[in-house]
Design a protein. Structure first.
Length: 217
C-alpha cells in the first residue's frame, strides 16, 4: 500500500511538471507586435524589449492613431499580443476613434484578434507624459506637446531632451515602478474629472511586457 501511494504521488508530480513545462513553452514562444507612432516611442520600446527576437517594434502604421490600430489589427493573426502606441497631439477625433476601435474592434478584424491580447498605449498630449510620471505625479494640463517637453527638460538627466534620442529607457528604467503607480493614479483622476488631459495608458503595455519578460527572461 505504501509503495502504491508513493507511485501515485510520483505520477501526480510528473503530470504537474509536464503541465508547467507546456505552459512555459507556450509563454516562451509568445510573440508581440508593438506598433508605434514615432521614433521616440519606437526607441523606448526597443530598449525595453532588449533585442528579443519574439518582439517586433515597428512604425509601419504611420503617424495617425487610426492607422496604427488598423495596422495592428490587420497583422494581429501572426502574434499573441499587439500593442498600439499613439498620441493625442492635435487630432482629438482620430485619437478618440483609435481608442474606441481598441475597445470595440470592427467586425472585419475579429477573426484576426481572436484569442489575442490587444493593448492600448495612448497618451494625451504626447508620449512624454509617460516620461514625466517617472519623476512625479501631476494633473497639470498641457496645451501641446511642446509644453510637456519643456516640463520634462526641468528633470535631472533630461535637460537637453531630444525626442528621437536612443537613451531614454536606460535613464528611466529604475523608476519604472514609480511611473506605473503614477500613471494609474493619473488615469483614475482623469476618469473622475472627465478631463483626460493629461493621461496615459502606456503603463498597461510596459507592465504587461515586463511581467512576461520576468517570467521568461
Amino acid at each position: 500500500m505504501a509503495s502504491d501511494k508513493i507511485f501515485q504521488k510520483r505520477q501526480a508530480a510528473s503530470a504537474e511538471a509536464l503541465k508547467r513545462r507546456r505552459i512555459n513553452e507556450r509563454s516562451e514562444n509568445k510573440t508581440y507586435l508593438i506598433v508605434c507612432e514615432g521614433h521616440t516611442e519606437e526607441n523606448y520600446f526597443r530598449q525595453l524589449c532588449g533585442g528579443r527576437t519574439n518582439v517586433k517594434v515597428t512604425l509601419d502604421g504611420g503617424q495617425c492613431p487610426v492607422g496604427i490600430v488598423t495596422y495592428a489589427f490587420e497583422n494581429a493573426e501572426e502574434y499573441d499580443a499587439v500593442i498600439c502606441v499613439f498620441d493625442h497631439d492635435k487630432n482629438q477625433e482620430k485619437f478618440s476613434q483609435a481608442r474606441k476601435m481598441i475597445k470595440h474592434p470592427p467586425s472585419q478584424y475579429r477573426k484576426n484578434l481572436k484569442n489575442k491580447k490587444c493593448i492600448e498605449a495612448a497618451s494625451n498630449r504626447c508620449f512624454e507624459i509617460w516620461f514625466l510620471l517617472h519623476f512625479s505625479f501631476s494633473t497639470k494640463a498641457f496645451d501641446c506637446c511642446d509644453d510637456v517637453i519643456a516640463m520634462l527638460r526641468t528633470k535631472t538627466g533630461f535637460e537637453k531632451y531630444k525626442k528621437a534620442d536612443g537613451t531614454h529607457y536606460k535613464l528611466l528604467a529604475d523608476k519604472t515602478a514609480t511611473a506605473i503607480a503614477n500613471a494609474i493614479k493619473l488615469e483614475k483622476s482623469a476618469e473622475a474629472s472627465d478631463s483626460p488631459n493629461p493621461m496615459t495608458t502606456v503603463h498597461y503595455a510596459v507592465d504587461y511586457l515586463l511581467k512576461g519578460f520576468r517570467e521568461h527572461p
